[in-house]
Design a binder for this molecule. Structure first.
Ligand SMILES: Nc1ncnc2c1ncn2[C@@H]1O[C@H](COP(=O)(O)OP(=O)(O)OP(=O)(O)O)[C@@H](O)[C@H]1O
Length: 437
């Protein structure tokens, strides 16, 4: 018998989450949200969903994402199975935060939709809208000319990414892990719409408390993160610049032979704008990237400024040689806003952030949080830029034979590593202790 779909607020079928947490502050430590509206079902997940056997949709260190079908509706979803205990620590609060951010972003079509949540003894399952086109990463690194994005594709997708990022930033949320693996497509052919996923590292910014987390994926991480300087919405904008570079060229601009080299490339802003792939593009594309890959966060364009960039305006493709009308970077509208400013745009009703009491030290100075790093380190799937301090200019994915490449591709999922930055960059260490949430 096909079960009926439970109604969203049916108390008999769901356990309201967090009875015990109702009195908790709306935001926990480290910019984490701690209140959610979604009911959490304690019923067996498989009573309501059939998990499609076979290949996983994706995998992180503590989560597996599988395709499933809701029995009552026949609709396909992506079920993200997340372990509650990680390296001996209870990480449920982190999962609750991820749910809360997804709830907050319901109004944005650029963020993946959360359908339901289930909780078992050791796992929680986030039932997400299924993005059938998979990661844009696949097209970024494809050898198939038919598959790789055209510049017009990148413009359209980039606009959508920026719309999503702008929505998050207007709500004081920073994603902190924007990368091609976390930008999915509703369909790959024809090319659909983008959906931003994975809010596991996201944080809520506060005007009274500096956030200095060191986390992210090395290739996409901004210089201020490496320098243990305050994180802001501009931190995501750096990653957006790296994303644009990778989508347009298939080259990861800062990727080195190892993470130290990658970090060095980032902190020295060692990026090449003379790659052949970039030269073939409209000049506006280069100018766009250059408004983002700037060392000082305050100098970077905001998501809204980016959406007004000449390159992203709707236009017919132009001959790169005659594209003289795009103003050089320095002539463009100066991105100046301090994106950590306290102006708090609209938050959806009921979201916790607006009600939160800010933490301030006794002397009135903002509380600075010390955090341990979570860096999901990706093996070098993209090609290195020729300017990077890497000794080789191509990665295994571009130089290996196809069979080897397939094997590499099969293992391309994130290998999470943990880094601890005790001092600015120079003292970067990978640590082997407990994983801290
Ligand atoms: N809604 C979805 N539809 C289709 N595939 C998805 C969906 N959500 C996630 N995936 C796939 O699963 C992968 C892992 O998902 P996600 O990044 O959310 O997990 P994670 O464990 O937090 O990963 P990471 O370790 O990279 O942070 C994604 O990169 C994507 O390939």
């Amino acid at each position: 018998m096909i079960p009926e779909c439970p109604r969203a607020e049916d108390p008999s079928s769901r356990t309201r989450l967090d009875h015990s947490r109702a009195a908790e502050p709306s935001r926990g430590p480290c910019g984490l949200l701690s209140e959610i509206r979604t009911s959490i079902s304690k019923e067996p997940f498989t009573d309501h969903y059939t998990v499609i056997p076979g290949r996983e949709l994706g995998r992180g260190k503590f989560a597996v994402v599988r395709k499933c079908v809701e029995k009552c509706s026949g609709h396909e979803y992506a079920a993200k199975f997340m372990r509650k205990r990680r390296k001996g620590q209870d990480c449920r609060v982190e999962i609750i935060h991820e749910i809360a951010v997804l709830e907050l972003a319901t109004a944005s079509p650029r963020v993946v939709n959360l359908h339901q949540v289930y909780e078992m003894a050791s796992e929680m399952v986030l039932v997400l809208e299924f993005a059938a086109g998979g990661e844009i990463f696949n097209q970024c690194v494809s050898d198939d000319k038919e598959e790789v994005f055209s510049e017009e594709d990148v413009k359209r997708l980039m606009r959508q990414i920026l719309e999503g990022v702008s929505f998050l930033h207007q709500n004081n949320v920073v994603h902190l892990d924007l990368k091609p693996q976390n930008i999915l497509l509703t369909s790959s052919s024809p090319l659909g719409e983008i959906k931003i996923v994975d809010f596991g590292l996201s944080r809520v910014l506060s005007s009274h408390r500096e956030l200095r987390e060191i986390m992210g994926t090395p290739e996409y991480v901004a210089p201020e993160v490496l320098n243990y300087e305050p994180i802001s919405t501009a931190t995501d904008m750096w990653s957006a610049g790296v994303l644009a570079y990778v989508m347009l060229t298939g080259i990861s601009p800062f990727l080195g032979e190892n993470k130290q080299e990658t970090f060095l490339n980032i902190s020295q802003l060692n990026v090449s704008y003379s790659e052949e792939e970039l030269q073939q593009l409209d000049r506006g594309a280069l100018s766009f990237i250059q408004t983002l890959l700037l060392k000082q966060p305050r100098d970077r364009a905001t998501a809204e400024q980016c959406l007004k960039h000449p390159w992203l305006q709707f236009s017919e493709p132009r001959d790169p040689l005659t594209a003289e009308d795009t103003p050089p970077v320095e002539d463009q509208e100066a991105p100046s806003a301090d994106s950590t400013s306290s102006t708090s745009p609209h938050l959806p009703c009921g979201t916790a952030v607006a009600e939160e009491e800010e933490e301030v030290e006794e002397d009135g100075s903002p509380v600075t949080e010390e955090l341990v790093v979570v860096a999901a380190y990706m093996l070098g799937q993209c090609r290195h830029s020729s300017s990077s301090s890497s000794s080789s200019s191509s990665s295994s994915s571009s130089s290996s034979p196809p069979s080897e490449r397939d094997a590499v591709a099969a293992e391309q999922k994130a290998i999470s590593k943990r880094f601890k930055f005790e001092e600015p960059f120079g003292a970067l260490q990978e640590v082997s202790g407990k994983f801290s949430c």
